[in-house]
Ligand binder design. Structure first.
Ligand code: NAI
Length: 662
């Protein structure tokens, strides 16, 4: 029997003594498997060989596995997307891939895939073309369609196959929110046919499924009625309305395209496959998709701020200050698996800071043993006894220079060698805070944003004397709790607060000049910001905004703000600021303003932010222009479909004559 009958680089292909062919995807030179041109060509050769030679060589089935430790297939190779410039070239490539998948589906022998780790996008589309799917039930196994996050839809007929396999309601929800499902949820939904406990059992179970000629059956559920007219139309309209409340079809067309496909072609698998292929190319070539792919790559650049070749595994963190930030930082570290000790002068604040974390643990941990284990990893430490054991110490006390200086000087002798000493200051200079330390170069900034749980970015602040070793360890710590680190020079406002301040200031000035605040906020949202500048100020706290503005020499000396502050109307935290707040949301009313005006106003509002980004680029506040875009997108939610403020400035300069960002 033939062994290694093909000349392959990214796949290993063998036929074992039982007549089972094994195609193991192990992309050369990469840590993960992505379906790029060469792996797809090789897969095509494998399938052609099977189709032609299986009978002659007595092949009984095909098992598709991955050679990577933690990943099946992460999806199509998005680095190759930028090479396409016409719809014809995209469609022709897509057709080649869908043909390969159709051939797999059409093989007479049983094709079974074994999934361990990420099985996403194109990887799931490949899996759905197989006759049966076995997956490990371990935590790293994640299954889903993240395409909409890249401005596209599943295009290798994954849309049609997912709807057929798990029913339209589940499939659409899953594709529209781009979420990654656990193996057990995927098994219940019907994406996966069988689970095994670990990767060691995978090949054996795939073999068994092949030998017993197992075939997956689409889940029969009530939701299949939804593929029939008029239910299809009803469900599509309902979902479209829901999605429309969250996103604008002009900014993010892919989700709406997906719903439309289902509405118009969801009654026929064949028609849906054809329509899906047709709809894919324009989406992939769109500005939105180009920019969203850029955002994905920017997130990878942020991850790369934490070097992989440095051995540092933070397990114990000590946080001083159990107020708004400190308690949540400690809780978040515990949720990420660390042990955290929390210290505060006030026992009441310490208690309530610890208690507050129970909500997060309940959300994160589904079993009572995990939940209790998390609670026991979060330790009340009013005297700072755990400082000596901590790998990372984060100071998060009040924003007063002398308080921070004294505190850090007091704890310095207790630190263990190699421990990273950090401050969560939002506005003070690192070198100023470090002035009373024996080792003044030891301190770095680790600037979390509020709310800690939701904000993906953490600025890692390099003081004038900060050592690379500590900065790198700070970044590794940030990565190890699943956040994105951005190394920023110690300078007023760092990056994110600095660029937000002139943006808010300009909005306040408009308010002062008589512009309606809801109109201002709506215009920013029309631009693509998650919330408007006035609501943002209320959320941050008007006292905090004023404080930061002074540090940046942009004193918000405005009568409307002064009046609110004088009456203790500090924003969300006091129940009233510019807005009155109820149930964590500002009370608003509908804005009846022409869309074109809101559009224009949105661009005007964001201009000061963009200009400040350009200054930060010129002053080299962070390592590159890309990192400015990355920081501002992940630190402020700057409209991702615009690719970042500097990218937006470039594209805007191309199309507008009355705006110039230089
Ligand atoms: P907070 O006022 O809510 O909490 C500060 C806590 O520190 C208080 O509970 C206080 O009792 C405690 N404390 C003061 N001196 C202490 C000492 N010597 N030893 C132990 N505990 C002491 O303050 P918040 O808002 O949590 O801010 C903390 C730090 O985080 C500040 O540097 C602030 O600039 C920064 N930050 C704040 C953000 C926010 O949105 N609140 C966002 C990002 C950074």
């Amino acid at each position: 029997m033939a062994n290694e009958p093909l000349d392959l680089v990214d796949w290993r292909f063998t036929i074992d003594f039982e007549g089972i062919a094994w195609a193991v995807f192990d992309r050369a030179g990469e840590s993960v498997n992505a379906l790029g041109r060469r792996p797809l060509e090789e897969l095509e050769h494998i399938i052609q060989w099977i189709a032609a030679q299986a009978k002659v060589n007595g092949v009984r089935g095909l098992g598709i596995l991955s050679g990577k430790e933690n990943c099946f297939v992460v999806g199509a190779d998005i680095n190759e997307f930028d090479e396409f410039d016409t719809e014809e070239s995209v469609s022709s490539t897509i057709n080649t891939v869908t043909e390969i998948l159709n051939k797999i589906e059409g093989l007479e022998i049983t094709v079974v895939c074994g999934i361990n780790g990420a099985c996403l996008g194109g990887g799931l589309e490949l899996a759905l073309a197989c006759h049966y799917r076995v997956a490990t039930s371990v935590d790293i196994t994640r299954i889903g369609f993240p395409e909409v996050k890249l401005g596209i839809i599943p295009g290798f007929n994954g849309t049609a196959r997912a709807i057929r396999q798990v029913g339209p309601v589940f499939a659409l929800q899953n594709m529209l929110n781009g979420s990654m499902l656990s193996a057990s949820v995927s098994r219940k939904a019907g994406y996966i046919d069988e689970l095994v406990e670990n990767s060691a059992q995978l090949r054996w179970r795939v073999r068994k499924a092949i030998l017993s000629e197992s075939k997956s059956r689409p889940v029969k559920s009530i939701s299949f009625i939804m593929t029939k007219w008029p239910f299809r139309s009803f469900i599509a309209n309902k979902i479209s309305k829901e999605v429309g409340k969250k996103i604008n079809p002009e900014h993010y067309p892919a989700p709406f395209q997906l719903i439309k496909l289902f509405k118009h072609c969801g009654g026929s698998h064949k028609a849906l496959k054809l329509a899906e292929t047709k709809a894919f190319a324009p989406l992939m070539l769109s500005e939105t998709s180009r920019n969203l792919r850029r955002v994905f790559k920017l997130s990878e650049q942020l991850k790369a701020q934490a070097p992989r070749n440095i051995r540092f595994k933070p397990l114990r963190v000590h946080v001083i200050g159990a107020g708004v930030m400190g308690a949540d930082i400690a809780g978040y570290c515990v949720a990420a698996g660390m042990q955290a000790s929390l210290q505060d002068l006030s026992t009441d604040i310490l208690k309530s800071g610890l208690k507050k974390q129970e909500k997060l643990f309940k959300k994160r941990f589904k079993t009572s043993s995990e939940y209790n284990a998390a609670k026991s990893r979060l330790i009340a430490d009013p005297e700072g006894k755990y400082i000596a054991r901590a790998d990372i110490i984060i100071e998060a006390v009040v924003e007063k220079l002398d308080v921070k200086q004294e505190l850090l000087a007091t704890i310095e002798p207790s630190l263990k060698p190699g421990a990273v000493l950090c401050t969560n200051t939002s506005s003070l200079m690192i070198e100023e805070i470090a002035k009373k330390l024996q080792d003044k170069d030891r301190l770095i900034g680790i600037h979390f944003f509020n709310p800690v749980e939701k904000m993906p970015l953490v600025e890692v602040i390099r003081g004038v004397g900060s050592r690379d070793k500590d900065i790198h360890r700070g970044c590794i710590f940030v990565r190890s709790i699943g956040k994105l680190p951005l190394i920023v020079k110690s300078s007023p406002g760092f990056l994110v607060n600095r660029v937000l301040t002139p943006y808010m200031f300009a909005a306040f000035q408009r308010l002062e000049a008589g512009e309606d605040m809801m109109q201002i906020d709506q215009a920013a949202k029309v631009f693509g910001m998650p919330i408007g500048p006035i609501e943002l100020a209320d959320r941050v706290g008007l006292d905090v905004c004023l404080h930061v503005s002074k540090i940046l020499n942009k004193d918000f000396n405005l009568p409307s703000l002064a009046r609110l502050l004088a009456n203790d109307k500090l924003g969300k935290k006091s129940g009233e600021g510019f807005y009155v707040w109820k149930d964590n949301a500002p009370i608003t009313s509908i804005v009846n303003t022409e869309q074109s005006y809101l559009c224009q106003l949105g661009h005007e509002l964001l201009k000061p932010l963009v200009v400040e980004c350009i200054r930060c680029r010129d002053e080299k506040i962070v390592g590159s222009s890309d990192l400015i875009d990355a920081g501002v997108i992940f630190g402020t939610g700057f409209a991702p479909f615009r690719g970042g403020p500097l990218e937006y400035a470039k594209s805007f300069n191309k199309t507008a004559t009355n705006y110039h960002f230089t």
